[in-house]
Ligand binder design. Structure first.
Ligand code: SF4
Length: 507
C-alpha cells in the first residue's frame, strides 16, 4: 500500500528522516501550502513568501530526482487548507494507508498529526547535532541547565574548534571580546539581496492577495533555494565573519545587518545544515582568514545555543508555552505592531522588523524583549509576536528564546537572572539615544527614558523573587541606597508610562 511522506515547509532537506525512510518507487511525497499554517499566527508576509517559494523549488527538485510528489497549491480550490486535511485528501485520492513524517518543530502540528485517523509514523528529526535522547541524558539530574556546559560537551563531541581535548585558542568562550559598540563611520559589506525569480514573483503576488498581516512584503531579499543559501553562507564568511564577534551585540541606525550572518532562516528551513556551516567557519579560521573570537562566537550560536534551545523545547514539552512565572498579563503594546512611539530604539527595531522580517539577537533581547519584560506584558502575547514577525522563527527555537531567555517566564530554567536593563545599556551599544524624544541620562520626570523608569519598577515589584539572587543583589543595594523621594519619583514615573501603555497612548 502507498505511504504518504509528509515534508513540511521547514523540512526542506533531501535527506530529512521521512525521505530517507521512504521508497521512491512506491511512496508519495505530500507537500501542502495551507492557510491553516499561514494564519496559525499572523506570520510576516516575507516569511510566508520565503517558505512557499522554498517549498515550490524543493518540490521541483524532488520531482526531478524521480520522486512522486502531490503538491497542494494555496489557491487550489480543492485545497482543504490544513495539513491534516491535505493528508486525508491525498490518502483517499491515492489509496494510501499510512503516513510517514519527520517530527515537526511545533507541538500543535505534531498533535494534529497524531490525531489523524490513519497510522502515522513520526521519525526523529535528526538534522540536529544533539539528539533528543542525548540532551535528556545531559539534562538528567542537573539543577540548572547551563548552556555553557552543554556547549563544551558539544565541542568535545564534534571536535569543532578543538585542539586535542583542549579548546582551540586556549579558551572555550571569547564572549568578553565580543561586546564592542559599533563604529558608525565604518563601511560594512551588506548581505546581498537575492532578486526574486519567476517562482518567487508568483508567490509574492499570491501572498499579497491572500495575507494582510503586519510587515512589508516587498522588497523581498531572501534566497529561496539551497544554492542561494550556500551563496549567502559563503558571502558571510568572506565578508562579515571577521567582524562578527566583536560587533555582535552592537546596534546602529540604518544598519540592520551589521556583521551578522543572516543565515538562520536557511538553517531553520533545512536549506543549510548546522554541521556544514560550523565546519565552513572553522575552515575559515584554520585558513587564517578570521580570528578565533569570531569563529568561536559563531560556532557557539549554532553548536551551542541553537542545539541547546531545541533540547529545552523537547524536554519541557507543550506546557512550556503556557509558562508565566512572573504573572505578567499586560496586552502587547501597539508599538509592536508599528504603532507610534517616541522611543528611538523601539522604533528602529520594530521598523526594521516590519521592513525585513529580521532583527538581530540584541535588538530582540535587549530592546523589544527587554521592554516587554519591564512593562509586564503577557509572555504568551510576546511569544506569539516573535513567532509571527521573524523570518527565522519556528516554535522549537523561538519559544525557549522568548519565554525562557527573554521573558523569564520559565522561572529561570534557561537563565539565572532576567535580561533586563535600563537605557544605559542601549545607549552604550547603539547610536539610538542621540535621536530619541527621551533622554537616556534622565532618571525621573516626563523626559526620562522609559527603560530607566521601568527597570527600577520591575526590580521593585519582583523584589521577593529576585532579592536573594546573587547576580541581582548589587542592583537591589543600589536601589535601596537611593533617596526615598527619588525612588518614589521613579516609581511614579514608571506608573505613568504603564498607564499610558494601558490606555493605548503613545509612549
Ligand atoms: Fe531607547 Fe531610552 Fe535611548 Fe530613547 S533614550 S533610544 S527610549 S534607551
Amino acid at each position: 500500500m502507498v505511504r504518504l511522506v509528509l515534508v513540511l515547509g521547514d523540512q526542506l532537506t533531501p535527506d530529512v528522516a521521512a525521505l530517507r525512510a521512504a521508497d521512491k518507487a512506491c511512496d508519495l511525497v505530500v507537500m501542502a501550502e495551507v492557510m491553516g499554517e499561514g494564519t496559525s499566527v499572523p506570520h510576516h508576509p516575507q516569511k510566508i513568501a520565503l517558505i512557499l517559494s522554498a517549498m515550490r523549488k524543493f518540490a521541483a527538485g524532488l520531482l526531478a530526482e524521480g520522486w512522486q510528489v502531490a503538491y497542494s497549491l494555496l489557491d487550489d480550490p480543492e485545497n482543504s487548507q490544513t495539513i491534516s486535511g491535505e493528508l486525508l485528501r491525498r490518502a483517499a485520492e491515492f489509496g494510501a494507508g499510512e503516513v510517514l513524517a519527520t517530527k515537526p518543530g511545533e507541538w500543535r502540528v505534531l498533535r494534529d498529526l497524531e490525531a489523524l485517523p490513519l497510522p502515522v509514523q513520526v521519525l526523529a528529526d535528526d538534522r540536529f547535532l544533539c539528539s533528543e535522547a542525548e540532551f535528556a541524558v545531559w539534562a538528567e539530574g542537573r539543577k540548572q541547565l547551563r548552556m555553557e556546559w552543554f556547549y563544551r560537551e558539544m565541542r568535545r563531541k564534534t571536535g569543532l574548534l578543538m585542539d586535542g581535548d583542549q579548546p582551540a585558542g586556549g579558551q572555550w568562550n571569547f564572549d568578553h571580546e565580543n561586546r564592542k559598540a559599533a563604529k558608525a563611520d565604518l563601511l560594512r559589506p551588506r548581505p546581498r539581496d537575492f532578486a526574486p525569480d519567476a517562482v518567487v514573483e508568483e508567490v509574492l503576488d499570491l501572498v499579497e492577495a491572500r495575507f494582510s498581516h503586519f510587515g512589508r512584503l516587498r522588497p523581498f531579499r531572501w534566497a529561496t533555494d539551497r544554492a542561494g543559501a550556500l551563496a549567502a553562507l559563503a558571502e558571510f564568511i568572506g565578508d562579515r565573519l571577521p567582524r562578527f564577534g566583536e560587533e555582535q551585540d552592537a546596534m546602529l541606525e540604518g544598519e540592520p545587518f551589521l556583521s551578522h550572518a543572516v543565515i538562520s532562516p536557511y538553517l531553520n528551513l533545512g536549506l543549510l545544515g548546522p554541521m556544514e556551516v560550523c565546519r565552513a567557519v572553522e575552515d575559515a579560521w584554520k585558513a587564517g582568514k578570521v580570528p578565533i573570537a569570531a569563529a568561536e562566537g559563531f560556532v557557539r550560536q549554532v553548536l551551542g545555543w541553537r542545539e541547546y534551545v531545541r533540547g529545552i523545547w523537547v524536554l519541557t514539552g507543550p506546557s512550556y508555552l503556557e509558562r508565566n512565572a512572573l504573572g505578567h498579563s499586560r496586552a502587547l503594546p501597539a508599538v509592536y505592531w508599528g504603532g507610534e512611539t517616541g522611543m528611538a530604539c523601539m522604533k528602529a527595531a520594530v521598523g526594521q522588523t516590519r521592513d525585513l522580517a529580521y532583527a538581530h539577537h540584541i535588538q530582540r533581547l535587549m530592546v523589544t524583549g527587554n521592554f516587554a519584560l519591564l512593562a509586564g506584558v503577557d509572555p504568551a502575547a510576546v511569544h506569539e509576536w516573535y513567532l509571527s514577525v521573524y523570518v527565522d522563527a519556528f516554535e522549537w527555537v523561538e519559544a525557549p528564546n522568548t519565554l525562557g531567555m527573554s521573558q523569564f517566564a520559565d522561572g529561570g530554567l534557561l537563565g539565572s537572572k532576567p535580561y533586563v536593563s535600563s537605557g544605559a545599556y542601549i545607549d552604550r551599544m547603539s547610536d539610538h539615544c542621540g535621536g530619541c524624544q527621551y533622554r537616556v541620562k534622565e532618571k525621573v520626570g516626563e523626559g526620562a527614558c522609559p527603560f530607566n523608569l521601568l527597570y527600577w519598577h520591575f526590580l521593585d515589584r519582583h523584589r521577593e523573587r529576585f532579592k536573594a539572587n546573587p547576580r541581582m543583589g548589587q542592583m537591589y543595594r543600589v536601589w535601596d541606597g537611593m533617596d526615598g523621594g527619588h525612588r518614589e519619583a521613579v516609581l511614579a514615573g514608571a506608573e505613568r508610562v504603564l498607564a499610558r501603555l494601558e490606555a493605548g497612548a503613545v509612549v
